[in-house]
Design a protein around this ligand. Sequence first.
Ligand code: NAP
Length: 327
Amino acid sequence: MAQTSQAKAQTMQAVALDKFGGPEALKIQNLPIPQIEAQEVLIRLEAAGVGAWDPYEREGGFVEIVGTKPTFPYVLGTDGAGTIAAVGKDVKRLKEGDRVYAAALANPKGGFYAQYAAVNADNASLIPGDLTIEQAAVLPTDALTALTGLGKVLGLKSGDSLMVYGASGGIGHLALQLAKRLGADVFAIASGDDGVQLAKKLGADRAVDGRGDDVLKEAKEFAPNGIDAALVTAGGEGTVKALSAIRKGGRIAYPHGVMPEPTAPDDVAIEAYDGEISPAFIDRLNALIDSGPFEVHVDRTFRLEDASKAHQALTEHHLGKIALRIE
Ligand SMILES: NC(=O)c1ccc[n+]([C@@H]2O[C@H](COP(=O)([O-])OP(=O)(O)OC[C@H]3O[C@@H](n4cnc5c(N)ncnc54)[C@H](OP(=O)(O)O)[C@@H]3O)[C@@H](O)[C@H]2O)c1
């Protein structure tokens, strides 16, 4: 196995939990650098994504979902980006020194709020386009979740009309751009004036404020016979109302975690799903990103040791994603 001098160091800084709890449970600690197996890569991280679901994981919410007993110290973080520091002997696609991004949910080797992460090589990829390291770090989980919803669950085709509910959020602002690349007409329901501006800038055919505008009136003007499909990333009364604009025979997808869970009007199919992290999906995502200018909106960046402030920021209105910068 190849090892850089950095990887030969024994310990790293990480933000880890000694027990599940509130933001105050996030503590900077010195931990062993994870060891890699034959099919894994060790990434020296420069940035990590802060997921909308991280506070839920911090409070222990993933334990039942993942089905394995958690071990402490527990390092949070589902995605990140940096440089390959070491590769396992069976890894062919990546090599030491490659600039990569990666995603892994509840990784037993530890998450991405750390200087190093060990992940299966299938969960990592060269960084597409001209993304900055922060943009690459926050991208994969939400972008792959967007693409799974659009491609696999909704089967979006060129010419389809699509509602993106929560279009200025993490998944939403990426889904909107990916849907345009797949040839859809996008009705974006964003949050606030700034969210509407972002959605318009990213190419939405129509963008409305889900927290202020008359969404149904706008939807009727956009598609008088109803919208073909919806990707939903936020729940609530407004969601149920907006979904009445989906045509009979239409379809709705939402990732597990959206609460309250959306319900569909009569004669509309609805499915909850999880984002797929696989080489095939990552290649497809990279090709779509490489096909033209693509914006990953990083609203705020915090230092690793300020992870608790980043969690606080998640509870406040923001656009796109929040990142951690790791020195
Ligand atoms: N199962 C999976 O594989 C998977 C993967 C990734 C994410 N998820 C889940 O998917 C959900 C969305 O993730 P995310 O990263 O996109 O979260 P996010 O960044 O918080 O996005 C949700 C967006 O919805 C907006 N919103 C809320 N109410 C609205 C309204 N009435 N009108 C318009 N916009 C509204 C929010 O804006 P404001 O709050 O700023 O107003 C926010 O921008 C989360 O529950 C997450 O846990 C699941």
